[in-house]
Design a protein around this ligand. Structure first.
Ligand code: FAD
Length: 404
């Protein structure tokens, strides 16, 4: 199989690479580990004016090319890139560790509004997503509804032109930095569970919404509990038909990414580790029995190649107009578990030094990045469908096995 770029693809790759080299703001070039949450969505709301300016400058630079939303159609302000161009774009962004802009607005709710939104909803929301003015959070999961999402209980009761919402969401990523929320709510408790759900969007400052950050095991606050107490949301904020929200919510799955960013990032991590252990500074932290870790590291490198090929498979399906199904599950399962194995291999390389969490101490190999990644990669096999759920999908839809 020849994976090299065609002439046009090589030209596009050079264009993206040149753009990143000339326009990526300096603070995004040297991404080290820190104790603070970072990323574009956090920076745009930072108390530090320099961080805010960096986030805005990068969003504006991408917006000039339509590359805030490379996969959106041009008529909605995206770049209308082909599947293969998106793949190249994402690969170059990942190689440069350049942050994408627009978060869930660009990746999740924007594409959903393009398919299911009214003209009014598109006009109201899409431009603000593209300009970076409004950031979004996703309110799907609840304390009793995660893998079995259709069991969600947050209730929306009709009251004239409003829905009145009561209940609780959990694990709402970035809600403390978001301006709007999209959520699945139960509008008909009598109907079969998938058929009594509606999809609504709301300003996160609407009275009655409380967002309470949750601290994870890596001492960061990536997600929240979100409470709703008599929250009035206009009925016109419903996306799609009443009680058909499940199908609106699942549209997002059709916008599955190839996962190329993960494969690129892991290959780079391995390179960084190998380079480091060959330096004088790095060599002194390496365990004496490094030979065994060396074999594990070689395995991880081979596995990143496997992951590249999973990504190529997704992109080649999409390129033929097909929607990846169990193939996306295999990709997500393998990629997230590889991430954890790689972090573990990195910590094993440094033996007891890998116990150091403080990235600023000179005794922390590579600024403790593998130690931190070991902890912070734990949720990767939980969100976006846990490994068990992905295995169920592969078993039933991919291998045609009966449901247990
Ligand atoms: C970092 C992070 C960010 C997140 N961000 C968001 C967000 O922004 N918005 C949002 O709505 N949600 C978010 N989530 C929630 C995420 O979607 C859920 O955690 C996930 O769907 C799993 O649900 P759960 O936590 O309720 O676990 P459960 O569904 O209760 O699962 C518990 C365990 O049982 C297993 N299990 C469950 N059902 C089956 C089955 N049928 N067969 C085999 N095993 C099964 C699971 O694999 C898991 O090991 C986030 C989660 C994390 C960790």
């Amino acid at each position: 199989m020849d994976w090299s770029d065609s002439t046009d693809q090589a030209a596009f790759r050079a264009e993206v690479r040149g753009f990143i080299q000339s326009r990526l703001p300096e603070p995004y070039r040297a991404v080290g580990d820190s104790d603070e949450a970072s990323g574009w969505q956090v920076d745009r709301k930072s108390k530090d004016p320099a961080r805010r300016e960096t986030a805005i400058a990068w969003a504006n630079a991408l917006a000039e090319k339509g590359w805030v939303a490379p996969h959106w159609p041009k008529e909605y302000g995206g770049a209308g890139l082909s599947v293969l161009e998106q793949f190249i774009f994402n690969q170059e962004m990942a190689t440069a560790e350049a942050p994408s802009v627009g978060g869930m607005g660009v990746s999740l709710i924007g594409p959903t509004l393009i398919v299911h939104g009214t003209d009014e909803q598109k006009q109201e929301h899409l431009p603000k997503i593209l300009s970076g003015e409004v950031a979004w959070a996703q309110g799907y999961s609840e304390p009793g509804a995660g893998s079995d999402l259709a069991s969600l209980q947050t209730r929306a009761t009709r009251d004239g032109d409003d829905y009145v919402i009561n209940g609780q969401k959990i694990w709402t990523s970035g809600a403390q930095f978001a301006d709007w929320l999209f959520a699945l709510v139960r509008t008909d408790p009598e109907a079969p569970k998938h058929r009594g759900i509606s999809f609504v969007v709301m300003d996160i400052t609407t009275p009655g919404i409380t967002v309470r950050p949750l601290t994870d095991m890596g001492w960061q606050q990536p997600f929240n509990e979100t409470f709703f107490e008599d929250v009035h949301v206009p009925v016109r904020n419903r996306v799609g038909e009443e009680n058909r929200g499940w199908y609106v919510g699942m549209t997002l799955l059709d916008f599955e990414r190839s996962g190329i960013a993960g494969a690129t990032q892991y290959a780079r991590e391995i390179e960084t580790l190998v380079d480091y252990v060959h330096t004088e500074a790095g060599a002194r932290f390496v365990r004496p029995d490094f030979a065994t870790t060396r074999l594990a590291l070689a395995d991880r490198r081979v596995e990143t190649e496997v992951l590249f090929n999973f990504a190529f498979r997704i992109v080649s399906l999409q390129n033929r107009g097909m929607v990846p199904n169990y193939e996306a599950s295999a990709n997500k399962l393998f990629g997230s578990e590889l991430h954890q194995r790689l972090a573990l291999t990195g910590t094993r390389t440094f033996g007891l030094y890998a116990n150091i969490w403080d990235h600023a101490t000179p005794h922390a190999p590579l600024g403790a990045r593998f130690t931190r990644d070991y902890i912070r990669s734990v949720p990767h096999t939980i969100f976006s469908g846990s490994s068990e759920i992905q295995r169920n999908v592969i078993a039933t839809r991919g291998l045609g096995l009966p449901r247990g």
